[in-house]
Design a protein. Structure first.
Length: 301
């Protein structure tokens, strides 16, 4: 039986992925800062980025590692890079011949945000090791960045549209992502290793269109308020520094939107054999999942 290890096991993507792998006959081990059972996981190993997984690899034969762990605190660049790099190396020294880094379309050596620079640095490590990198846009489901967008629209009487909401947003569905990861684990990464793949659906959407679709699908009546993006970064940083309140959107999110602007990006979506879905259908499915009690707005890894 194939055994897959998922880091950041309590995160949005990992919690969806584990049951999908289990249903496909894969034994799943989760790595999380918090102990306790999780659906789809046979074992939960308590560890955080920076800790060693050598004891786990010594007692478990792991065939594949899916790296989803992320320290989302500000100034966590070194923790994310050095911690993930350590787990990549330890997995290679053991039996994990298939390793996948979940990266981002914002990954860039010159990214304004630590997140984008960290992902870029890790991509170079994984590609040099002959492993697989999946770059993602906004994953639509009941968690992650999309859930923060929904929460912002739910909580406040207005929704800020940075620079009028003209930034292009690339999306993919959580179900599609989990299916691609399942296929990758089952195939041992055949035909995918040594490359970075853009998993987003080919057609981007202006941010204003995404927000309008969210408010319509969730039944929110909100004022859409155009705001200049750069002053918002300074304001969000002030809130984050004071730690008085946790906002659903961070300065890092805004910096990423500013940098993305109206860039047209190539997509490898068709390579994986799944049909593109409409934005409305993806959002409808996310709302249905939230309504059935599967939502998680945030959560520890």
């Amino acid at each position: 039986m194939t055994t897959a290890l998922i880091t950041g096991a309590r995160g949005f993507i990992a919690r969806h992925l584990a049951p999908v792998l289990q249903a496909a006959g894969v034994r799943v081990i989760g790595v999380s800062r918090q102990a306790g059972p999780l659906p789809g996981c046979a074992v939960i190993h308590a560890a955080a980025l920076g800790d060693s997984l050598a004891p786990l690899f010594a007692r478990e034969r792991v065939d594949a590692v899916i790296h989803t762990a992320l320290d989302s605190r500000s100034h966590a660049y070194e923790t994310n890079v050095e911690g993930t790099r350590r787990w990549l190396t330890e997995g290679q020294a053991a039996s994990a011949t298939t390793q996948v880094l979940l990266s981002s379309l914002s990954a860039d050596a010159d990214a304004r945000a630590d997140y984008g620079r960290a992902k870029y640095a890790l991509e170079q490590d994984f590609l040099a090791a002959g492993q697989t990198v999946f770059r993602m846009g906004v994953v639509i489901g009941e968690g992650g960045m999309f859930a923060r967008m929904v929460e912002s629209a739910r909580r406040y009487p207005f929704v800020p549209l940075l620079d009028g909401g003209q930034q292009l947003i690339y999306v993919l569905g959580i179900d599609f992502l989990c299916q691609v990861l399942r296929d990758t684990v089952q195939s041992g990464g055949a035909g995918l290793q040594g490359r970075a793949w853009n998993l987003q659906q080919p057609t981007p959407h202006p941010l204003s269109e995404v927000i309008a679709a969210i408010t319509a699908a969730y039944g929110f009546r909100r004022l859409l308020l155009p705001l200049p993006a750069r002053p918002m970064v300074g304001l969000l940083r002030l809130f984050e520094k004071q730690a008085l309140v946790r906002l659903p959107v961070t300065s890092t999110n805004v910096e990423g939107l500013i940098q993305q602007g109206r860039r047209m990006l190539p997509s490898d979506f068709a390579r994986f054999g799944y049909a593109e879905e409409s934005l409305d259908e993806l959002i409808r499915r996310a709302r249905h999942a939230a309504g059935t009690g599967n939502a998680s707005f945030g959560g520890a890894s």
